[in-house]
Design a protein around this ligand. Sequence first.
Ligand SMILES: [Mg+2]
Length: 271
Amino acid sequence: MLSLNDPVLVFTDLDGTLLDNQTYDWQPAAGWLARLREHEIPVILCSSKTAAEMLYIQKSLNLHGLPLIAENGAVIEYDSRWQTESDSPRLMSGVPHDEVSAVLNKLREKGQYKFTTFDDVDEATISEWTGLPHAQASLSRLHEASVTLIWRDSDARMAAFSQQLNALGLQFVHGARFWHVLDASAGKDQAANGLIARYQRQWGQRPVTVGLGDGPNDAPLLKVMNYAVVVKGLSREGVVLPDQASPYVYRTRSEGPAGWSEGMSHLFTPD
Ligand SMILES: [Mg+2]
């Protein structure tokens, strides 16, 4: 059991975890978010979304100024108070968006693969795909170090495509609704470890880490946490974690933000 007075860091996925998969509502988690803020426990958003869209969401969650991990770890936005970081305010890992995009266009031309990227369509289409209002859909296209796409080809072709990407130093990551292509060296786990080390220097002690996620692409993040909350979700593959003592794993009965809140109530002793 954790105390709200422990040096805790919370890392959380967004869609299907802190936000409802369909409506993007987070109200069921509002009570816990307020409690964590009162105790100055950083809640670090960690998603495949762009930094631009995440900064917008972060503000509406009243978490502005805190670090965040965007584009599956390829982009890290630092705490707004960390002005001393040489790469402040944002750290990019690996291949930039335009280069990933160029590689994808070449592979598509040569292999006749069927997929549609966020760069291929307009805001209205992204609005339709995601259910987001136009203004937010436009933020969701501002990728800096990855490309998001819908796969429209067979599973067998996907395996071949994924292998070709690996050979080029890229990785193909399955998110909640979309697929993402980014540098093979980037990841939510590496990004989280970098931030944990940064907090350890600042706090003078090792942070206790709590991670929350609902999809297979959250597994790398959850594996490097002390406490992992697997929020019940729609993913058919589920979240597979090592059968070891660390991390301590709790699987929720509720979905989305209600599951998020359930996980927090399970991990923390009441005040
Ligand atoms: Mg998710």
